[in-house]
Design a protein around this ligand. Structure first.
Ligand SMILES: Cc1ncc(COP(=O)(O)O)c(C=O)c1O
Length: 369
């Protein structure tokens, strides 16, 4: 039997050449998972799994759920419950298989080869990937020296290219910095196309969310997720919030049945337990305070203040070396070297109190050796 490599070099070349160049130039989204990691602080997840009694409740519900039947085209019961929770009309919501899936869907809805797109940097990398996959004409706007988005430069770029799409993430991943409401409004008013405001971390935000701007700005689309504060990254649940007429169009572009019955049941379960989420947000915020104070106390470490459940910091040593030493101690953080603006920086998210202390101890050891 020929090996996969032999086949690729001989018969597969003409086939590979038929794959769209935008896809061949792309990189697969892969997060490294070194072995023997006990303290995992690299993906901005909640450190808290569902409590056992809620898992039991979910399991009992699943016993009554017919898995031989397709789910709804949308998880209508969950959508309606979430609409009530958020105080919006159900038609303003589109549920997704994680908010990542909706990013692909709005790419399909809005982007063609040459479509102008403006993205401030540094930003969650999926947006650039989606723009490039569709062959969009991408304008990137570098951040200021304090890592805040450069809103004046962004407005100049919007004026120059009249984009079909601008994306703002607030609090931003990877910096944890926020964009003031007045600036979001300036961007909404200047942009002839859509402005996607990614609020994956909105539960950690002190102050208003972009939801308050929806009534006056039909070009606003908000993306959120159950993966972070709500702690359901393993289930895959997110949503898009926007004007009903726009949501209806986005719905046409997407695959049906993207939310399975298990994810819908898990989402409904969480909405029935808002106190649990509130308590966990409080604990994660406390964890952030511990991490920030601990990092600031280490000589030579520069910390960027964050309003999310993670922060970036620059250690006084090569990030690769620090990452390796931390991993030897069973601690995993994320290297920000892939972001041009954040060379030399690492990102860590809030874990349990024990994990936060393990990380700080391991970091001190990594910097002392
Ligand atoms: C800004 C931002 N948006 C979206 C996501 C992905 O969310 P989901 O798990 O719902 O696909 C992430 C995950 O890291 C993120 O940081």
């Amino acid at each position: 039997m020929p090996s996969a490599d032999t086949a690729a070099s001989a018969d597969l070349q003409p086939l590979l050449e038929r794959i769209r160049p935008e896809v061949r130039q792309a990189h697969a989204y892969i997060v490294s998972h070194p072995p023997n990691i006990e303290v995992k602080l690299n993906q901005n997840e909640s450190p808290f799994d569902l409590p056992a009694e809620l898992k039991q409740e979910l399991a009992e519900e699943l016993l009554q759920t017919p898995l031989n039947r397709y789910p709804g085209e949308q998880p209508y019961e969950l959508r309606d419950a979430l609409a009530t929770h958020l105080g919006v009309a159900p038609e303003m919501l589109l549920m997704g298989n994680g908010s990542n899936e909706l990013t692909y869907t709005f790419g399909l809805t809005m982007l063609e080869p040459g479509t102008p797109v403006v993205l401030p940097t540094p930003m969650f990398s999926l947006y650039e990937k989606v723009a490039r996959l569709h062959g969009a004409a991408l304008t990137s706007v570098p951040c200021r020296s304090d890592f805040h988005f450069d809103i004046d430069a962004l407005l100049r770029a919007i004026d120059a290219v009249e984009p079909a799409l601008v994306v703002i993430t607030t609090p931003n991943n990877p910096t944890g910095l926020t964009v003031p409401h007045a600036d979001i409004e300036r961007v909404l008013e200047a942009t002839p196309g859509f402005v996607v405001v990614d609020e994956a971390y909105y539960e950690f935000l002190e102050g208003p969310t972009a939801q308050a701007l929806l009534d006056d700005h039909p070009n606003l689309l908000i993306l959120r997720t159950f993966s972070k504060a709500a702690g359901l990254a393993g289930v895959r649940l997110g949503y898009m919030l926007g004007h009903a007429a726009i949501i209806q169009e986005v719905f046409k572009a997407r695959l049906p049945f993207m939310i399975d019955r298990v994810a819908e049941a898990a989402g409904l379960l969480l909405l029935r337990h808002p106190d649990l989420i509130r308590d966990r947000i409080r604990q994660m915020k406390q964890g952030m305070a511990t991490l920030a104070a601990g990092l600031r106390a280490i000589e030579g470490v520069h910390v960027v203040p964050s309003q999310a459940n993670f922060m970036v910091f620059r250690p006084p040593l090569e990030p690769d070396v620090v990452m390796r030493r931390l991993a030897e101690d069973g601690v995993l953080v994320r290297n920000m070297g892939g972001y041009a603006d954040l060379q030399g920086y690492l990102r860590v998210n809030a874990g349990t109190p024990k994990e936060n202390n393990q990380f700080l101890t391991a970091l001190k050891r990594a910097l002392a050796t």
